[in-house]
Design a protein around this ligand. Sequence first.
Ligand code: AMP
Ligand code: GLY
Length: 456
Amino acid sequence: MAKIVMYPADNRKDTLDWKAVQGQHVTAVQRNILVLGSGGREHALAWKLAQSEGTHVFIAPGNAGTAQVGVNVDVKPSDFEAVKDFCLKQNINLVVVGPEQPLVDGIVDFFKNDEALKAVKIIGPDKRGAQLEGSKAFAKDFMEKYGVPTAKCFKVNKENLNEGYRFLESVKAPYVLKADGLAAGKGVLILNNLQEAKEELDKMLDGKFGAASATVVIEEFLKGIEVSVFVLTDGEHYVLLPEAKDYKRIGDGDTGLNTGGMGAVSPVPFCNSTFLERVEERIVKPTLKGLKTEGIDYKGFIFLGLMNDGGNPYVIEYNVRMGDPETEAVMTRIEGDFADLLFACADGRLDEVHYAKSDKTAVTVMMVSGGYPEAYKKGMKMNGLDNLKDVVAFHAGTAFNTDNEVVTSGGRVLAVTAHGNSIEEARGIAYREVEKIQFEGVNYRHDIGLDLMRMP
Ligand code: AMP
Ligand code: GLY
């Protein structure tokens, strides 16, 4: 069956007033999918879903890139009533939630409890399941209860502050302090000095991250190399999606401030079959068993932020969504019909679908605005996007200006992904193309994947 194109791929409209188009594009092929979010992750999800048989992909609110693979709709993911309205009027069959906030705020519960939305499937955990990411204290208790390997920790609030100090004194530097709640990716502090750690603990409890740090989890520091492993589960069955390595610091050689992610590589050479088997046996299976025992019906992604310490995996954190920029590498390595996989997930039939990973290596380089992750300018014109070869340029922070030109609209701007038979080859292609793209103040890391190439 031919793919149905709702709008020309080069449709350069930023955001459609969906009310003006509603109903026009509902066809017999009932695979209308709504992706919630506006970053590179959502562009990659929408890009992959648009390749599936007979899908119509909508993205709310999307960006200039998502407009090339689907229809952007002017609906905020946080406005559940507006999301509902759109789903019903546009006959949406499946909603894929990109970011964590709507999940933590209960969008899945909202869908499940609304009679009118009964027929609309949604990928993501309910509010209780989303606590795996929404509350670090909940996640740590859960791991402890179900025997999932993780760093030793102590949960502190204003009532037991002195015990918190004692715990800090009992562990070795560096000291890891984590705000319990969501803090826009900024709630983790790693400090080398005990006195400084105590002072920061005080500040966190005094509201450094607002209500999110009213409770702080102090953790033992884990040594090793990090990797992101992605699980898709229907609550009963699961598949391991391709894993990826994320590069979090702004500067080459892992220097400077932490960011939302400056690049990704998939697969990760040290994630061999022995390591992944350990991940499944020690982490994935106990996690799914724990969710079931707790009566949490989890249909969605579980992103395991892992530390590999000498071949043994430890959980640094759970996320209840896909990673960004990992998704921009991972989606390019999933073979076959991704929509089938997600529909099967929503229906509890993940054991029935065929799923394969490409054996190519994907390297993603994130191009960011000058100044990011601190203050940066927006609205910079972008050049070179039309001359790219052999890469997919996923848009992270872009928009159209009034002249319909693509301009920057965020700190992270473009995630450029290339494939190769090796990291070296994929890197070569990615950087060759990155150099063609220009905008004022452009910045990117030059060493994505280099550390992995040097590993035995
Ligand atoms: P998170 O926001 O939980 O992803 O933490 C941010 C980063 O802090 C992680 O990606 C790790 O690099 C680091 N980190 C968090 N917890 C630990 C830990 N217990 N030991 C070592 N590094 C950690
Ligand atoms: N790349 C890390 C994250 O998405 O949280």
